[in-house]
Design a protein around this ligand. Structure first.
Ligand code: DC
Length: 230
């Protein structure tokens, strides 16, 4: 078997990582791995156990009993399972995002989830997005992209997305939470969000979604040395 090709996409929340990574994966026939969803699934388990998002001792005790798995549907969509329950929808709330951010600062959590992420990239060509993919999970990725945008633009996009799902949160609230989550993800000791030295920065503040997808796809095509992924 040919060695799988790996693309690592990191960046703050709301930069468009998941939409862009999913589109790029589809274009090249790779698997899209949304690692944030894995942390969110654990965040949901912690929330359901009645623990606080910063309760490191409680979370460590809970960890061995948490069964997280990931499956792909026919269209390359990633489904998240907690035990036998499909929680792909339940993890998409701001509350669970904060839990995910909280628990992801714990080294024991990162250690538990690392191998799951690496094994996917050993077996398949992937576009994997997260916060520490280029720096920790796949330091030898074939292409590393740091996808970013201004906090205001990111909050605007998140706000529109939440609205679409019926959430009543105000833009100001979403911006505050975006800044708070950025701060938490960047300042933690364990695998903080930072750009890998060899990552290409793509700032999507002034780009449309289509332009952002094209920018990332042309980087991938360039690394593959081909003309569009063949
Ligand atoms: O990308 P997201 O919003 O679904 O991520 C939720 C949280 O999970 C994010 O605030 C930080 C954490 N996370 C992480 O620490 N490492 C990753 N590779 C992905 C997400």
């Amino acid at each position: 078997m040919e060695k799988p090709f790996s693309v690592a996409i990191d960046g703050p929340s709301g930069a468009g990582k998941s939409t862009i990574a999913r589109a790029a994966a589809r274009r090249f026939g790779f698997i899209y791995v949304d690692t944030g969803a894995i942390y969110r699934t654990l965040g949901l388990a912690v929330r359901r156990a009645g623990l606080g998002e910063h309760d490191e001792r409680g979370v460590s005790e809970l960890l061995p009993s948490v069964r997280i798995s990931l499956r792909y549907d026919g269209e390359g969509g990633q489904r998240m399972y907690l035990g036998d329950e499909d929680v792909s929808g339940s993890i998409r709330t701001q509350e669970i995002a904060m839990y995910a951010s909280g628990v992801s600062a714990m080294p024991a959590v990162r250690a538990k989830l690392l191998e799951m992420q690496r094994s996917l990239a050993r077996e398949h060509s992937v576009v994997m997005d997260g916060r520490d993919i280029a720096t920790v999970v796949l330091p030898d990725a074939d292409l590393k992209v740091f996808l970013t945008a201004s906090p205001e633009k990111r909050a605007e996009r998140r706000y529109a997305e939440l609205r679409g799902r019926g959430s009543e949160e105000s833009y100001e609230q979403v911006l505050r939470e975006t800044l708070r989550r950025d701060g938490q993800d960047e300042s933690r000791a364990a695998a903080p969000l930072r750009r890998a030295e060899d990552a290409v920065v793509v700032d999507t503040s002034e780009l449309t979604l289509e332009e952002s997808i094209e920018a990332v796809c042309s980087l991938i095509a360039g690394r593959l040395g081909g003309d569009g992924g063949e």
